[in-house]
Design a protein around this ligand. Structure first.
Ligand SMILES: NC(=O)c1ccc[n+]([C@@H]2O[C@H](COP(=O)([O-])OP(=O)(O)OC[C@H]3O[C@@H](n4cnc5c(N)ncnc54)[C@H](OP(=O)(O)O)[C@@H]3O)[C@@H](O)[C@H]2O)c1
Length: 337
């Protein structure tokens, strides 16, 4: 089994590399970069010293002999590569947003003109807890966004109560660590601007809002999500608070969530979700709260944006696509403290 990670100089690509290098089914891993082509991978990713002694290579979709390609590059770029890879019989896990929303007009409203919308029909949204059987048969998996992973896992179980909740006014107030923005240097993400600071960004119209809504409509057809992200002074982690109004007083919400996810290895229903308890792991922790006075459910979810929100979930998807044990290579426990 040969895997190729495209965009491996970035943060998501680096985490995929880290996981694949210890994956028992993967015999060979290659890492591409335009900026670092020909240079040692462990020169840039010094955490991989001794584990990966190869150099970054250039990427050519017409020549690679990999069995699976992870595209950890920006939206708009993946769509240039995916058709060529599929044509050559190579399975693809795309970490960009290019195939997550299978509605061309909606995608183009938030992103760019799509050049291969014909592939929307076959691209599978890579959230294994909700779409496992489809992922197993997929050639092209659209790995979910980091905020959407947290928000969708926290809200999909409420589909069972869609007639009891006010689906038109669901609020997702989420916070992310700085690695969510990738490796590029920008003043906004500098240590001096982020440390000892919490700052809101894109309070209206963030690109993850349509993705969250689009997928959740399969569970709560009338859902409308108002989404606001905040940047936190941590490196890894997303904490998503979903506020849902409706009279759920007759429902044991926590038991419902426990039952919904009882067979899932990576979703844990906990007392109070926090980023620390999932750090460096593929877990999504969810805590379920109900304010009887305000008739408001608060569903809190926590993930590591680079693992369950990116590289870990990408490998979970690869495992399903190739018939490997789903937890192969991604069963590390969270770090603490
Ligand atoms: N960071 C997260 O938490 C996270 C979570 C979920 C999904 N994602 C998605 O995963 C993808 C990668 O994110 P990231 O955070 O790893 O970004 P990143 O740190 O900026 O890395 C992306 C890499 O892609 C390459 N690249 C940049 N522009 C390119 C272009 N025009 N064409 C081809 N390659 C290009 C760059 O490598 P070279 O210049 O060396 O080639 C860069 O290092 C994005 O689509 C992002 O939305 C990220």
């Amino acid at each position: 089994m040969k895997a190729l990670v495209v965009g491996a100089s970035g943060y998501a690509g680096a985490d995929i590399l880290r996981i694949l290098l210890r994956h028992e089914k993967v015999d060979s891993v290659e890492a591409t970069s335009r900026a670092y082509e020909g240079k040692p991978v462990s020169g840039l990713h010094q955490n991989l010293k001794g584990a990966f002694d190869g150099n970054f290579i250039g990427f050519n979709a017409d020549k690679t002999d990999a069995d699976v390609v992870f595209l950890a590059i920006p939206h708009g770029e993946s769509m240039q590569q995916v058709p060529k890879l599929l044509e050559r019989g190579i399975k693809v896990v795309d970490l960009s947003a290019d195939y997550r929303i299978n509605d061309q007009a909606l995608y183009e409203r938030y992103y760019v003109k799509h050049t291969s919308p014909n592939l929307f029909k076959e691209a599978v949204y890579g959230l294994p807890e909700l779409f496992r059987e489809k992922i197993k048969k997929a050639r092209l998996v659209a790995n979910p966004g980091c905020y959407p992973t947290a928000a969708i896992l926290s809200l999909a179980p409420l589909g069972a109560f869609k007639d009891k909740i006010d689906a038109s006014k669901v609020v997702v107030d989420a916070k992310s660590g700085t690695s969510g923005a990738g490796v590029k240097a920008e003043t906004f993400y500098m240590h001096t601007e982020v440390d000892e600071n919490l700052k809101i960004y894109k309070p209206v119209g963030h690109r993850h809002q349509p993705e969250i809504e689009h997928i959740l409509k399969g569970f709560i057809p009338k859902i409308s999500v108002s989404f606001t992200p905040t940047l936190m002074p941590i490196i890894r982690g997303i904490l998503s608070n979903a506020h849902v109004f409706g009279d759920l007083s007759s429902v044991d919400l926590r038991s419902h969530f426990e039952k919904f996810y009882q067979k899932e290895g990576y979703v844990r229903v906990v007392d109070a979700a926090c980023t620390k308890n999932v750090s460096h792991s593929n877990f999504c922790d969810i805590s379920v709260h109900y304010d009887a006075e305000k008739k408001r459910a608060i569903i809190v979810s926590a993930i590591d944006n680079l693992v369950k929100g990116a590289g870990g979930q990408a490998v979970q998807n690869m495992n399903l696509m190739f018939g490997y044990g789903e937890s192969t290579g991604i069963d590390a426990l969270p770090h603490h403290p």
